[in-house]
Write a protein that binds this ligand. Structure first.
Ligand SMILES: *[C@@H]1O[C@H](CO)[C@@H](O)[C@H](O)[C@H]1NC(C)=O
Ligand SMILES: *[C@@H]1O[C@H](CO)[C@@H](O)[C@H](O)[C@H]1NC(C)=O
Ligand SMILES: *[C@@H]1O[C@H](CO)[C@@H](O)[C@H](O)[C@H]1NC(C)=O
Ligand SMILES: *[C@@H]1O[C@H](CO)[C@@H](O)[C@H](O)[C@H]1NC(C)=O
Ligand SMILES: *[C@@H]1O[C@H](CO)[C@@H](O)[C@H](O)[C@H]1NC(C)=O
Ligand SMILES: *[C@@H]1O[C@H](CO)[C@@H](O)[C@H](O)[C@H]1NC(C)=O
Ligand SMILES: *[C@@H]1O[C@H](CO)[C@@H](O)[C@H](O)[C@H]1NC(C)=O
Ligand SMILES: *[C@@H]1O[C@H](CO)[C@@H](O)[C@H](O)[C@H]1NC(C)=O
Ligand SMILES: *[C@@H]1O[C@H](CO)[C@@H](O)[C@H](O)[C@H]1NC(C)=O
Length: 263
């Protein structure tokens, strides 16, 4: 565990785990019964904790991932949340280098925080002066300079304010997948369940692109499509085209698995 550029105090500002340490490879739960519902590349994988597009190639293919999204207005009970992230790996390679924005319903309303994670190292957060509000257009990019070192760039396209962070880890990336996702995060390593998924409306990643070690670029088309399923309820609807990934929140039906209530 090594964050040579990161003051410890920054790590403690926020507590969440963006990668479910027990889920194994991110697309481990493949529900063939739902295969026909929303079929973009031969089927959907369903997980409890994340939804979006995962582009898979051979080791060493990806060095960078970028995407731009508008910060959604979220709703739900206090403690409900979600995160919009772009990242490298997390599939067959258990390390993940990712960054984006965590959304959280607090007692004083929704809160947004710009974060990065080189899983399994702890989450890092950008300083509080990088404030993010619903409606802001955020461009986030992670790029690995080598297997254990990289750069996170986050930019508010609404006012051009930007922040960067260098990150190092002892956990080598493989560069075999790139993803644009919405995650239902865990509060800590011992959480058995993710936080209640906030109603995030939709997160649309535009200018979605992954880059290779040379000048090669890849769009999200051809990705594995992943959805969030909890208690038998399908909570997302994902679609992909050449340069965008759309993750829509789907309200659970009936009382079981009901999230956002009480308004
Ligand atoms: C979300 O807000 C709740 C309530 O204020 C807090 O307990 C929790 O730690 C926050 N979660 C994150 C990931 O910031
Ligand atoms: C935000 O705070 C950091 C230090 O925590 C500082 O380096 C940076 O310049 C500040 N940015 C703005 C826009 O004030
Ligand atoms: C992003 O830009 C919007 C619009 O100017 C502003 O309200 C918001 O505070 C900005 N956020 C950051 C992090 O600069
Ligand atoms: C997002 O930021 C990256 C890195 O700075 C840049 O290469 C890319 O052009 C930006 N994308 C948009 C849509 O502004
Ligand atoms: C990886 O890149 C970082 C930053 O450029 C550098 O400090 C480090 O020595 C490099 N590591 C290896 C193994 O090349
Ligand atoms: C991909 O890279 C990882 C880490 O470098 C390695 O453990 C794994 O065996 C590689 N997989 C293949 C198929 O080469
Ligand atoms: C971890 O999160 C769970 C909720 O998922 C909470 O009950 C528990 O107190 C937390 N543990 C620590 C050490 O913060
Ligand atoms: C990448 O593109 C730049 C500018 O077109 C070119 O100078 C460079 O040689 C290219 N690099 C590779 C590895 O193809
Ligand atoms: C996703 O949306 C499409 C139409 O946009 C619809 O046909 C499909 O049934 C939806 N799938 C799920 C799982 O909600």
């Amino acid at each position: 565990m090594l964050f040579s550029f990161l003051p410890i105090s920054t790590c403690l500002l926020i507590s969440a785990v963006l990668a479910d340490p027990r889920r194994g490879p991110r697309h481990s739960h493949f529900n063939t019964a739902e295969k026909h519902i929303n079929d973009a590349s031969g089927g959907i994988s369903w997980t409890r904790t994340w939804a979006g597009a995962e582009l898979q190639q051979s080791n060493g293919t990806f060095r960078s991932v970028t995407g731009t999204f508008t910060v959604p207005s979220i709703s739900g009970p206090i403690g409900a949340g979600a995160a919009a992230l772009v990242g490298i790996d997390g599939g067959a390679c258990n390390m993940i280098f990712e960054a984006g924005v965590i959304f959280n319903i607090t007692s004083t309303g929704p809160q947004n925080k710009a974060v990065w994670e080189w899983y399994p190292d702890p989450l890092g957060a950008f300083p509080d002066n990088f404030t993010i509000a619903a409606g802001d257009s955020i461009n986030v990019t992670v790029s690995a300079s080598n297997a254990t070192s990289g750069l996170v760039e986050i930019q508010n396209l609404s006012n051009q304010q930007s922040a960067t962070q260098r990150v190092q880890s002892s956990h080598a990336l493989c560069g075999q997948s790139a993803e644009w996702i919405v995650e239902d995060y865990l509060l800590n390593d011992t959480s058995t369940n993710p936080v209640p998924l906030a109603n995030f409306g939709k997160v649309v990643f535009t200018h979605a692109q992954a880059g290779g070690p040379g000048n090669q670029t890849f769009g999200p088309q051809g990705s594995t499509i992943v959805g969030i399923e909890q208690n038998g309820q399908y909570l997302t609807n994902v679609s992909v085209d050449a340069s965008s990934v759309v993750v829509k929140y789907v309200k659970p039906t009936g009382n079981e698995g009901r999230v956002g209530c009480c308004h």
